[in-house]
Design a binder for this molecule. Structure first.
Ligand code: ADE
Ligand code: ZN
Length: 379
């Protein structure tokens, strides 16, 4: 398409990418061998080879069908170094597509259930994030843990306690001071493992199976997270250090009503996917009025049969209604498309104008969760 060179050159922000969803079959098998992880080859021929796995990924029938493979895949991630390798591979691909700022999801509960500490996961991801800034043209990133809807709500509550204790900035300033002092003392004593990860994580998300799991079930858990968060107006310095930002997947397989519930009951400041909004004029009107960003993932929607084609993703409807959205890859290694392919697929299906793209890029920068100074540079 004649606009593709322009699309490649656009400065991009990605807001919806699960780092475990960037695990390629090649890296999956490499890490399985290195870490001695047994894949379920006996039950599922799909794990016989990279080719078989790619073939299986090409015919997902639903969100849950995909999630089954996605949760098995991530079992090969064992050490902080594995997470660093995984995230670094993503950052390099994103950088090649001119991504200047990325907000990355990960699924702590799955890793905790496999006996891997949250500290190891975050240390690895944070190392990659810092390396990406140093080595990839100053690219910035935020790390956002997601709660998993298919697990008991109490499990989410335990994770949020851990996040409040040691990973989110803001909240109890006294406690923060103590954490810093403890970390300095630990560093002095040569205990590198005890170096504080406070501030390493920027917010909270909610993902996994959606059908029959309304956001209201996580109301109290999000309330706990909100109690910890600081608004940028009140405490600008803490906000700069990474106040707790709230988002949730809603309106992917679920109805538009789940978007409303996520906004009203969870205090979500952004909605992941949200394509079901197009079925409800009242929801559309609200998203436009409150300028709530939808992090749309067109190729994912087609792969998981949320829509029949990228043409059916309501891009034009959102543009016409002034509903802000960004275009994202979701689980690029599973759906066969990174951010650039998603931009191009949207262009091919919707034949947007240069002005439309200017709107999309401006909204995706403006509604990013980096600070304002960074937004100036991204532009
Ligand atoms: N986890 C990873 N990708 C997801 C998606 N598209 N929807 C819900 N949960 C997910
Ligand atoms: Zn997602």
């Amino acid at each position: 398409h004649k606009l593709h060179p322009l699309l490649a050159a656009l400065p991009k922000c990605e807001h919806h990418m699960h780092v475990e969803g960037s695990l390629s079959p090649e890296l999956l098998f490499e890490l399985a061998a290195r870490n001695g992880v047994t894949l379920p080859v006996a039950e599922d021929d799909s794990f016989a080879s990279t080719e078989a796995l790619y073939a299986r990924y090409a015919r997902f029938t639903s969100l849950d069908d995909f999630l089954h493979y996605y949760y098995i895949g991530m079992s090969v991630l064992q050490t902080a170094a594995d997470f660093e390798t995984l995230a670094m591979e993503y950052f390099k691909k994103a950088h090649a597509a001119n991504v200047r700022h990325a907000e990355i999801f990960f699924d702590p509960q799955v890793h905790l259930a496999r006996g891997i500490s949250l500290a190891d996961v975050v240390r690895g991801l944070r190392a990659a994030s810092l390396r990406a800034t140093a080595e990839l043209g100053g690219m910035t990133s935020l790390l956002i843990p997601c709660l998993l809807r298919h697990l008991p709500v109490a499990d989410s509550g335990e994770l949020v306690s851990q996040l409040r204790e040691g990973y989110w900035a803001g909240g109890d300033e006294q406690k923060q001071e103590e954490t810093v002092v403890n970390a300095l003392e630990a560093a002095f004593e040569g205990d590198k493992d005890a170096v504080s990860l406070r501030g390493a994580l920027a917010g909270l998300g909610l993902c996994s199976s959606e059908r029959d799991l309304p956001p209201t079930l996580w109301r109290e858990v999000y309330q706990e997270a909100r109690r910890h968060s600081v608004s940028s107006a009140e405490k600008p310095t803490l906000a700069r250090r990474g106040a707790t930002r709230l988002t949730a997947h809603a309106g992917e397989e679920g109805p538009a009503e789940y978007i409303t519930l996520a906004l009203d009951h969870l205090g979500a400041q952004r909605i992941d996917h949200g394509v079901a909004a197009a079925t409800d004029p009242a929801v559309m009107e609200r998203l436009a009025r409150e300028q709530i960003l939808l992090t749309v993932c067109p190729i994912s929607n087609v792969c998981l049969r949320v829509t029949k084609s990228v043409k059916e993703v309501p891009i034009r409807t959102f543009l016409d209604a002034n509903v802000p959205f960004s275009i994202n890859s979701d689980d690029p290694a599973y759906f066969g498309g990174y951010i650039q392919e998603n931009y191009c697929a949207v262009q091919e299906a919707h034949d947007l104008s240069v002005d439309d793209w200017a709107t999309i890029v401006r909204n995706s920068i403006r509604l990013s969760w980096c600070d304002d100074a960074r937004k100036q540079v991204v532009l």
